[in-house]
Ligand binder design. Structure first.
Ligand SMILES: [Zn+2]
Length: 98
């Protein structure tokens, strides 16, 4: 954390898992593609986005509370299998980097 040294604060978003606010850059954007939650690490996919810490703890909380369905205004339950796989890989990659 570098504090607020710049005049332009970096944009903050709320994690749909733990509900903590964090810099947008530290969160993973998620969009609904069909009836699936799709990770959008580059933030380029169109549509409504939800933000999540790319960790399984936050993903689990979000899934348990159906936070994605609500945040993405989905008409029904969203499949999070692909997203979970992505987060698992991101977590492993993160732990491998010192
Ligand atoms: Zn979180």
């Amino acid at each position: 954390m570098s504090g607020r040294t710049h005049a332009r604060a970096c944009p903050e978003r709320t994690c749909v898992g733990c509900r903590e606010r964090a810099a947008k850059t530290g969160l993973l954007r998620i969009v609904a593609v069909g009836d699936e939650c799709a990770p959008d690490p580059r933030g380029t996919l169109p549509g409504r986005g939800a933000y999540l810490h790319p960790v399984l703890g936050c993903l689990d909380q979000a899934v348990r509370r159906r936070a994605f369905t609500r945040a993405l205004r989905a008409p029904g339950a969203l499949d999070t299998k692909a997203l979970r796989r992505y987060v698992e890989q991101a977590t492993v990659a993160d732990e491998a980097t010192p």
